[in-house]
Design a protein around this ligand. Sequence first.
Ligand SMILES: [Zn+2]
Length: 432
Amino acid sequence: MSETARTLFAGALVWPGLERLVGEPPFPADVLVEGNRIAAIARAPARLPREGAAVIDCAGAALIPGLVDGHSHLSFVEVTNFADIGDIPPEEHAFIAMHNARKVLAAGFTSCLSAGAAKPRLDVALRNEIAAGRIPGPRLLAASPELTTTGGLGDERRLHMYRESVAMIVDGADEVRRAVRTLCREGVDTIKLNVSGNHTLPAGKAHLTLMSEAELAAAVEAAHSFDKRVAAHCRSAASVKLALARGVEIIYHCDFADDEALDLLEDARDRVFLAPAVGMMHDTIYRSEAFGVGYERARARGLLEELESVCRVYTELRKRGLRVLVGGDYGFPWSPHGANARDLEHFVRLFGYRPDEALDAATRLGAEAMQLGEALGFVREGRLADLLLVRGRPFEDVALLQQPENLLVVMKDGVVHKAPPGAGAARLPLAA
Ligand SMILES: [Zn+2]
């Protein structure tokens, strides 16, 4: 593109985003994108000139900010066990992650906060290729592999057999510190720690806390010395309290948070982001039958009680004003990459969010968690042009976002990654 590309969204119903949970109602407008920014917005009946722009007719469609997944694993490969992911050589794995990134972007997620790479440099390399514009994918904050302790989530070894997994196994503060420093040297944005157990572990169930305070403290100290944030897998109440006490910035799950943990979370609401990552749990119960798990097995593993607890916790945390991110651990067979928008419906159905509030979690809050709160998250003049054109009124029915045919345009950084057939496509700034 020799001159600055201009794309005009003509006659869109603009959902600009919520400011502190109250927003102006959606309004009809023309929106002009120049280069990678939203250059002008003219509310109807005013119109913007068509000359020199590729024009997209937006009749019957809403223009909203691009979505942010706050708990993504672009290098998970839709298999049921982590040892099978560990078996994949790094060369093939990088291509798989690249394909996943394209799928997630096509589903309207223009940013991803990674919650763990399956190998140390997968996210780093993927982030760099996407940022350089060489491959399509969401804006990505690269995570480390999940740092876990012996017997913790991601330790697939047996006494008689070594197995690789998605995690790095570290025991004791010294090993943790060395691993964190190494990963920071290798370019990650976020250090991921597995602090609590998980329902999938035979011995280390979700209500248990497996990483010690000394190990967690060493990880946070080392990460902060490199000016990196820490994200932690914390299902047990004690793990949530430990993470808060030691300055973890992003706390995932919080399934079994007790009253004390809820109070501590409320006290920290301006400095932490949370993500329940409820999509995977929900779909393991209700969508995994064809993949050899199913409702009865999920129930036997205690997942029904766990989901019930998650619903109680997040219904309460919503009332207390916590910053809760959409993003549901997509990348399993029953919750594949690209199905990420299911999470918004979970927020509405399971946690009592209003539809526009769920959309706010996926846009404004997501942008803040990406550390791009000043640049993204709103349809507003001067903001980066990460935009979705969606058939219907997604701010009233977030389930619309799950149907690919409703996503008419996906634009990231001013570049169109999905366009309606024939809609001025010849002149749109299309991705290669
Ligand atoms: Zn996860």
